[in-house]
Design a protein around this ligand. Structure first.
Ligand SMILES: Cc1cc2nc3c(=O)[nH]c(=O)nc-3n(C[C@H](O)[C@H](O)[C@H](O)COP(=O)(O)OP(=O)(O)OC[C@H]3O[C@@H](n4cnc5c(N)ncnc54)[C@H](O)[C@@H]3O)c2cc1C
Length: 357
């Protein structure tokens, strides 16, 4: 059973990008199990073998611990969460009716998560829908209560609908509006083979509600206004940058920003007016289209995928910048590799993955 559980579990960890949580849990659980075992007279060698073969570390750490509903919102809090659950998972104690068990460890972890997490549910009522491009729709909502967020953050959105498919009724969407705006915007792409969630979202009517919770995300602007940035967005991955630029414009701030915005076709470009206005906040935008055959003669932007030459041409001081990558998984991974091959340190590259595209 262990090989199957390990493979499935590690795939889940990879998909949810919770490697840091799993490793922290394993490290702390291992330390606790070894200390407890040695205290009871077991040899560390036997304990290690037992740990890898018979303890449900993999099942617990990959499948139960990573449940999105119960993990805290930020990476640092998730590391603490993994450490707490690991410590209680590996401990051996009994206090009256309470005794150590994996379930108890999870209860303690969930309590921590509940205390630090943003669990407030907000009902968003649809105010309008805007067709931004042939397959992209913006949904504009009125929240039922005030809430604060940072430009670039996302929420978990629950849309009750009939007969949800196996992908369920919850999705993450970045808040495309700025905290300075009264109405809240999200935007999404729709394909021919949409999930039941997307089908229900598409036909949402003015006055209908959707629930937002779990505000999350560290893909936000640096506090230091002197940090020079390069944003790279693919398709609907543009949403966090719309929020950031709108917010800087509305608060009269200036930053050093170059945005590369990659799309297949010119018609796919959304929020151009915000990025045009963004010049006033220090933004330079470089548009590039990847469907080379369909590029019109009038197109004045770039053509093709971003490569080393394009970056060096548009960003002469590319070595001194912090990079923000947002879009489909594969795109983000490719550009991260490109940047690292160009000598950019991993710590200077922030990523926001949009799985499912
Ligand atoms: C932090 C974060 C922020 C995000 N922000 C946004 C945002 O602002 N806007 C946005 O549109 N999306 C955003 N996403 C992605 C979003 O949560 C959905 O995953 C995405 O929109 C796909 O939706 P869907 O699963 O309903 O698939 P659909 O969009 O209905 O389907 C798209 C296509 O992909 C296929 N597909 C999708 N998922 C799977 C899967 N798991 N397995 C197999 N095939 C699949 C479908 O069959 C279809 O062909 C974000 C994700 C994260 C993690």
């Amino acid at each position: 059973m262990l090989p199957v559980v390990s493979i499935v579990g590690l795939l889940i960890v990879r998909k949810l990008r919770r490697g840091h949580l799993f490793i922290t849990f394993v490290v702390f659980a291992t330390i606790m199990i070894l200390l407890t075992g040695i205290n009871h007279g077991f040899a560390p060698k036997d304990l290690s073998a037992q740990l890898l073969t018979s303890w449900p570390v993999f099942y617990f750490g990959t499948i139960m611990l990573t449940e999105p509903m119960t993990t805290p919102p930020t990476k640092i809090l998730r590391l603490v969460y993994g450490a707490i659950v690991g410590l209680f998972f590996g401990a051996s104690f009994r206090v009256g009716p309470i005794f150590s068990s994996p379930e108890f460890a999870l209860v303690v972890g969930n309590l921590f998560s509940f205390l630090v997490g943003f669990k407030r549910r907000i009902v968003f009522t649809l105010e309008s829908k805007v067709q931004l491009s042939p397959d992209t729709i913006e949904f504009v909502f009125i929240p039922n209560k005030e809430f604060s967020f940072l430009p670039g953050q996302y929420m978990e959105w629950t849309l009750q609908h009939k007969r949800p498919d196996s992908r369920g009724n919850r999705r993450y969407f970045t808040i495309a509006s700025s905290p300075t705006e009264e109405l809240v915007r999200i935007c999404s792409k729709f394909s021919d083979k949409s999930s039941s969630f997307k089908k229900a979202l598409k036909v949402l009517k003015v006055g209908d509600g959707i629930v937002g919770s779990q505000l999350d995300g560290e893909f936000v602007l640096p506090e230091d206004p002197d940090v020079k940035m390069v944003f790279i967005a693919g398709g609907v991955g543009i949403t966090p940058f719309r929020s950031m630029i709108r917010s800087l414009l509305d608060t009269g701030q200036q930053r050093w920003m170059i945005l590369f915005y990659v799309n297949k076709l010119e018609d796919d470009i959304v929020y151009k007016e915000v990025f045009d206005e963004g010049k006033a906040a220090g933004l330079k935008t470089v548009y590039t289209l990847t469907d080379i055959v369909k590029v019109s003669e009038k197109w004045r932007g770039k053509v093709g995928y971003i490569d080393e030459n394009m970056i060096k041409e548009e960003v002469p001081d590319y070595e001194d910048r912090v990079y923000y990558l947002s879009g489909p998984n594969m795109m983000v991974d490719l550009y991260k590799k490109l940047l690292m091959d160009m000598g950019i340190k991993q710590s200077e590259i922030k990523t926001d993955y949009f799985p499912g595209y």
